[in-house]
Design a protein around this ligand. Structure first.
Ligand SMILES: [Zn+2]
Length: 271
């Protein structure tokens, strides 16, 4: 079969192991022909990914790659670029093939869902915010404070929605086991689960921003798996609720109905 992608590796990992995981992923999901993959394990290696991007995208993605140290997928023109950034918390990706396939699938599905969705999400979010803002005016915060809160939370919310749609799509394609393997390792607690660093509760708006963003990121994992019949997925959801959502009990409680409602909608789409 003709090779449909290019792969550049700059990480302390067995390249044959990585190549095998990519080859297996290509058999699980269709990948468009013009796609470049990069695997790195340190922000110092961001340039190998950034140098192939068009000039106008270089600075933005260089900063993003170095500051966020996260895997990402970018579509520029008709070419897709996917970066798998293995952070110290994700060392397991260097030996656990199933989890690595889960990460690659997650990034590939982002390019498949496309950036039209991206635009739609922002448009919907802004129109609902404008309705919501009228109610917020009655509270003592200034317009600037409310706008800042919205932009901080909405950016995470948009990423969460993209992850939610992507993960649900992969579950619909019966690829749930790879995702569960990845997330179960990512959220594994060695001796004790790490608590999030949140601003003091006295700084109400700052705390709300931090806690909302934390809970929203958990929801992109919890919601697609909530109604799954897979025992491993059920175990992961329980673990996340007990050891992670419990760090932001007020926000988790407020979003509980939304969580249950979203899980139902997603299950209806999956079946
Ligand atoms: Zn994602």
């Amino acid at each position: 079969m003709a090779k449909t992608f290019t792969l550049t590796i700059q990480a302390d990992v067995d390249p044959d192991f990585v190549k095998a995981a990519f080859d297996k992923t290509m058999r699980l999901i269709y990948v468009p022909p013009k796609i470049s993959f990069y695997v790195i394990d340190h922000p110092n290696f961001c340039p190998i990914f950034v140098e192939d991007l068009p000039k106008e995208a270089k600075t933005e993605y260089k900063n993003l790659c170095q500051e966020e140290a996260t895997s990402m997928s970018i579509t520029w023109g008709r070419h897709d670029h996917i970066l798998i950034h293995i952070t110290p918390e994700e060392e397991y990706l260097k030996t656990n093939e199933k989890a690595l396939i889960g990460t690659i699938l997650h990034e590939v599905i982002h390019t498949k869902l496309g950036h039209m969705l991206d635009k739609k999400i922002y448009k919907d979010m802004h129109s609902s915010f404008n309705k919501f803002k009228k109610q917020l005016r009655e509270i003592k915060y200034t317009d600037k404070q409310i706008n800042d809160l919205f932009s901080a939370v909405s950016e995470t919310a948009a990423y969460v929605l993209l992850d939610l749609y992507g993960n649900s799509d992969l579950i619909r394609r019966r690829l749930i086991n790879y995702l569960v393997e990845d997330y179960s390792n990512l959220y594994k607690c060695k001796k004790r689960c790490i608590k999030p660093k949140l601003p003091s509760k006295h700084k109400k708006l700052d705390y709300a921003k931090g806690a909302f963003n934390y809970e929203l990121s958990l929801l992109s994992v919890i919601i697609p798996f909530m109604r799954s019949s897979s025992p491993k997925a059920k175990k992961l959801v329980k673990h996340l609720e007990k050891n992670f959502e419990s760090n932001v009990p007020e926000i988790a409680k407020k979003l509980k109905d939304l969580k249950i409602f979203s899980a139902k909608i997603i299950q209806a789409r999956i079946l």
